[in-house]
Design a protein around this ligand. Structure first.
Ligand code: ADP
Ligand code: MG
Length: 554
């Protein structure tokens, strides 16, 4: 039409397209998952918007997603009757890259093809994945509430430019036509599409339908619509009816991950604060686990209406790696992030979900291999909980893993293991902080512990000293820093036999020489082979803590 215009993609879009087409080739069927997921998001948004505009649903009240193929033309069409887009939105959403996942993705690219290809797995690759299988993509859309004449068509060959023009579109929603590449023509095969939908999109909460040849009694060429997915929200179904496969595929849906989760927990809570939660532990930390703006939190639904992604108010910061859904039918449908922040029922759900996650991790710790993976990926974040969550400190402490003087493999010793080996006689858990595990391992502070056969936990992570400031007790045992003040070890009396008078001249001379550099020089029973070592006073800041404070400018 007359108002057709052509625009260039942002340079980043071209970069993304190139990378995607080349590195996702062996996984290219994921384009369908991405387009169906966008259609499902659009249906969610429509339902949400219809709370204020019930008239938008009048003509066409049931959100659905339709697939259609044309083998002769070599096209696959994905349409939805969701929220739709107007011209500005099309340009904004499908022309630039200033959008959620994609922008972060580009920011984290390394330039190393192999590493970058792995990164792709961690992101929703989104709309542009259509170009993995199509050399031309046509989008026709009409926003809910707009008239037919306000429709829009967007088209691109993925080579750097796209066109937009006004178009009369008879129905609300979006229709995406993929002109399949020569080597991707097999995506007109309805059997193949059915399998892909079942594999990746079964849990989508709206029907995904496809026109398939009708049964025998119909005339030649007739088709009927087959619903390909189960189309009810997975978390609404009873636990015992859901297979592991279904849970895993739902995880891939909510997390955009390619891998299976380590574990999950699905619960319905009834009573005056009713809610359902389905929480997953991912197999791998996201690249931005430590970024302040990283997305975190759960998908929130109220009365089956999708309300928001990344509802971070339902779990504490140190559990930010958990993925999943919370459906709380008792919350008002118009909840905002601000309201959630300080809302009594939300605080209660958060406290309950926190305990659930800790229980789920406790259970996971029974599976050594899986827990080792978990610990390696998320252990550092969990440690933040020791300081942040006093209410659950002991439960979190039970999940910690360490290396020790007798078991030097990182992550091989839990506090419960330590206690079991140490016995009841001396209710102390000794630990030593070091700049590295090998430094701790070789520290002269360990000599006396080795001699007495007492195990010492070895800690060498940045957060450890901060954490140990909060962790002073566990199940009635006191945590004692092996490099500080008095040690109170079993059998210490035997070591005091030597004559203190005998040491006095040496101590005096050392004190004079070291002068201002030390607070005191003492004789000790700590050392077995080394002649001397430095210890911290009982209340002094340790070296890691000092470094952290200095780095923070204090
Ligand atoms: P993301 O889904 O992570 O936002 P995508 O690349 O998949 O990124 O989609 C980009 C944006 O395009 C979406 O956020 C949405 O605003 C818009 N969009 C894509 N597909 C549709 C659709 N079928 N209906 C309405 N809007 C859509
Ligand atoms: Mg998307």
């Amino acid at each position: 039409s007359s108002d057709r215009e052509t625009r260039g993609f942002q340079a980043e879009v071209s970069r993304l397209l190139h990378l995607m087409i080349h590195s996702l080739y062996s996984n290219r069927e994921i384009f369908l998952r991405e387009l169906v997921s966008n259609a499902s998001d659009a249906c969610d948004k429509l339902r949400f918007a219809a709370l204020d505009h019930p008239e938008w649903l009048e003509e066409d009240p049931e959100p659905a997603i339709d697939l259609a193929v044309d083998a002769d033309a070599g096209t696959l069409t994905i349409s939805d009757n969701g929220i739709g887009m107007n011209r500005e939105e099309v340009v904004e959403n499908l022309g630039t890259i200033a959008r959620s996942g994609t922008e972060k993705f580009l920011a984290s690219l390394t330039g190393d093809q192999k590493k970058d290809a792995q990164l792709i797995g961690q992101f929703g690759v989104g709309f542009y994945s259509a170009f993995i299988v199509a050399d031309k993509v046509t989008v026709e859309s009409r926003r809910a509430g707009d008239s037919a004449e306000q429709g829009v068509r967007w088209e691109s060959d993925g080579q750097g430019e796209f066109s937009v023009e006004t178009l009369t579109v008879p129905h609300r929603g979006t229709r995406i036509t993929l002109h399949l590449r020569d080597d991707a023509k097999d995506f007109v095969d309805t059997g193949k599409l059915r399998n892909i939908v079942r594999q990746y999109s079964d849990h989508v909460a709206f029907p995904i339908r496809m026109a398939v040849p009708a049964g025998d009694e119909k005339e030649e060429g007739a088709t009927e619509l087959e619903t390909l997915n189960s189309a009810i929200a997975l978390w609404q179904r009873p636990r015992q009816e859901i297979s592991d496969d279904e849970y895993q595929s739902f995880y891939r849906h909510v997390s955009h991950d390619f891998q299976d989760p380590l574990t999950w927990s699905h619960n319905r809570v009834e009573g005056n604060l009713e809610y359902t939660s389905l929480l997953y532990v991912p197999p791998r930390a996201p690249f931005d686990l430590y970024h302040r703006e990283a997305s975190r939190g759960l998908k929130l639904y109220v009365q089956r209406v999708f309300i928001m992604d990344d509802a971070e108010q339902f779990l504490p910061l140190y559990l930010r790696f958990i993925k999943g859904v919370v459906d709380a039918p008792g919350l008002p449908l118009n909840v905002s992030r601000e309201l959630l922040q300080d809302y009594g029922p939300v605080r209660k759900i958060r406290a309950a979900l926190t305990k659930r996650v800790l229980q789920m991790l406790r259970k996971l710790s029974g599976d050594q291999e899986a827990y080792a993976t978990f610990w390696q990926q998320f252990g550092q974040v969990l440690k933040e909980g020791i300081g942040e969550d006093g209410d659950n400190r002991e439960a979190i402490a039970g999940l910690l893993r360490f290396a020790s003087s007798t078991s030097p493999t990182p992550g091989s010793v839990g506090l419960d293991d330590y206690i079991e080996r140490a016995g009841e006689e001396n209710k102390r858990i000794y630990y030593l902080l070091g700049d590295s595990l090998s430094a701790a391992q070789n520290s002269p502070h360990l000599e006396v512990f080795r001699k007495k056969g007492v195990e010492v936990l070895l800690l060498a992570e940045r957060v450890d000293e901060w954490m140990m400031g909060f962790l002073t007790e566990y199940k009635g045992y006191t945590l004692v820093n092996a490099a500080r003040g008095e040690l109170d070890m079993p059998g210490d009396e035997d070591d005091k036999a030597e004559d203190p008078q005998q040491d006095a001249p040496v101590l005096g001379r050392l004190g004079d020489v070291l002068n201002e550099q030390v607070e005191a020089v003492r004789a000790t029973a700590r050392l077995v082979e080394s002649p001397a070592c430095l210890v911290l006073g009982a209340d002094e800041l340790g070296p890691q803590m000092r470094m952290m404070l200095e780095a923070a400018g204090q």
